[in-house]
Design a protein around this ligand. Structure first.
Ligand code: ZN
Length: 376
């Protein structure tokens, strides 16, 4: 099989040949007319709660739901993901983790699920920072509970988002780091010092920076500036144009730099569905034509319906950066955070042919026709 297109690594026009699941050759092509097709590594989404009608955080999530979600998200160019379980009753969270583990026994699902992201329940209970997480299930860190989930997951929990100011958070972060779990700071009301302390014991990520925050906030200092200024923290952003205004995305990416920014979808199950009215966590919500999930009849956001590839497109437009730079924020940079060695670096001859191709219209700055090629 041959693919003609431009490599995101070099923007060079090439003909890439795949044989027996491997990249067999990459031959430069005359650059008289740059191809509209681009070739990149598959996208990695480190935070996704559902897709295409399948909700990981619903009651009684099954392995079938997980598999269906993975298959529908593949159609959008996301090859690898960290299904994300949010604050809930211990047993319900355990059930969802178990469903993800069971689904991963299937080879094609297992290769896509690189780990599980646990977001909550050890977060701020305050309105604003808590976001849409149910207050009655917010609690302080409990290592026994986490260990139980990790056992059910057979060690697959790789990311945990928590608020570092809650009682017992620091020793809990130390234990997570010692067991190779990446710690994200999120849904937090932490002070400058509490953020510093979390970093000093190993927190590495700001989860959806700028969201799950108070509607009104002291101008400075505050937990957004404090995390933004901290060079050691990666920051994940929801670039759907609704969760963060374009100017905020641009300012945050300028502050963090392209080596420390990660795009996420943080999608709920309504992502990939038709616009309309739906029931979601016992509320009536509306999915608008511009992919905004709102509480019906209000302007309150009730989740994200973003696809990661659309996030890349938005980032190019919001920040005036090059397409390959934006693609790296959903491929190379999350791979660096998660230490995914085989998913880092340039596309080369001899590698497994795990690739994504898509069409890019330079003039309208729109991406279309994402196609995944996944071998292992
Ligand atoms: Zn969140």
């Amino acid at each position: 099989m041959k693919i003609v297109g431009r490599l995101v690594d070099s923007a060079e026009n090439v003909e890439l040949e795949i044989k027996n699941g491997q990249i067999y050759s990459i031959v430069p092509q005359p650059a008289t007319k740059p191809s509209r097709t681009w070739i990149s590594r598959p996208l990695i989404d480190i935070q996704i709660n559902g897709f295409g009608g399948y909700d990981l955080n619903a009651e009684n999530t099954t392995a079938h739901d997980v598999s269906q979600m993975v298959e529908s998200v593949h159609e959008t160019g996301t090859g690898y993901l960290y299904p994300t379980i949010i604050t809930g009753a211990s047993q319900q969270m355990a059930q969802a983790i178990s469903a993800i583990h069971q689904a991963s026994q299937d080879q094609s699902i297992g290769r896509a699920i690189l780990g599980i992201h646990i977001e909550g329940p050890y977060i701020s209970s305050i309105d604003g920072p808590r976001g849409a997480h149910p207050k009655r299930h917010v609690r302080t860190p409990n290592w026994d509970e986490f260990r139980r989930w990790q056992d059910i997951a057979h060690g697959k929990i790789k990311i945990c988002t928590l608020a570092p100011e809650v009682e017992g958070a620091l020793p809990f972060i130390e234990k997570l780091v010692a067991s190779d779990v990446i710690v994200g700071i999120g849904h937090t009301n932490a002070t400058t010092e509490q953020i510093q302390n979390a970093i000093s014991v190993g927190a590495e990520l700001s989860t959806h920076l700028g969201n799950a925050a108070h509607a009104l906030i002291r101008r400075h200092p505050n937990y957004i500036w404090d995390q933004l200024a901290e060079d050691s923290l990666f920051a994940s952003l929801i670039v759907d144009g609704h969760h963060l205004p374009a100017n905020v995305v641009k300012s945050m990416i300028r502050a963090k730099g392209l080596r420390k920014t990660i795009l996420i979808s943080d999608a709920v199950h309504l992502a990939g569905m038709k616009p309309g009215r739906y029931r979601f966590t016992n509320h009536e919500v509306e999915l608008t034509t511009d992919k905004c999930v709102k509480l019906y009849g209000t302007n309150y956001l009730a989740g994200s319906a973003l696809t990661l590839i659309k996030g890349i497109e938005n980032t190019v437009r919001f920040c005036q950066i090059e397409l390959p730079q934006a693609v790296s924020l959903a491929t190379q940079i999350p791979a660096e955070l998660l230490d995914l060695k085989d998913k880092m670096g340039k596309i080369k001859v001899g590698q497994a042919a795990n690739l994504l191709t898509f069409e890019w219209d330079e003039l309208s700055q729109l991406i279309s026709e994402p196609k995944l090629h996944l071998i292992n």
